[in-house]
Design a protein around this ligand. Structure first.
Ligand code: 5GP
Ligand code: ZN
Length: 109
């Protein structure tokens, strides 16, 4: 989608600090980290929010990659948090579906 920030990051039109990429997802460091490790994992398909997902398999793939990135790429053995903000009321600011991976310290609730 041409006016989407995260689509531009996937396409390389906006620079990012990439940590992982495959045919389905792209993952990069959040520009304003809320924890020592703060990664965003986004599907390469443009879907605005979690509530817009039509294909359950897409969520399976997204969570599988989150798991892989957290465990095998970031080595967050101590644990981590996965957050998906949904729409304005949920704190979503960028309307391209994304999962936050937060870790690297003991996180308060
Ligand atoms: P949301 O609030 O939509 O769940 O999360 C959006 C996240 O994207 C925020 O944590 C914000 O810091 C991050 N973000 C916004 N603009 C950029 C950018 O241009 N580059 C990167 N790497 N992260 C961004
Ligand atoms: Zn997009």
């Amino acid at each position: 989608m041409s006016d989407c920030l995260f689509c531009k990051i996937i396409d390389g039109d906006i620079p990012s600090s990439k940590v992982y990429e495959d045919d389905d997802v792209f993952a990069f460091n959040d520009i304003h980290p809320k924890a020592p490790t703060h990664i965003l994992v986004i599907p390469k398909t443009h879907i605005p929010t979690l509530a817009d997902v039509q294909d359950p398999a897409l969520l399976g793939t997204l969570m599988d990659r989150v798991n892989h990135i957290a465990n095998d790429v970031l080595n967050l053995e101590a644990g981590y948090r996965v957050v998906i903000n949904v729409r304005e009321g949920g704190g979503q600011e960028v309307f391209h579906l994304h999962a936050h991976i937060l870790g690297g310290k003991k996180l308060p609730f």
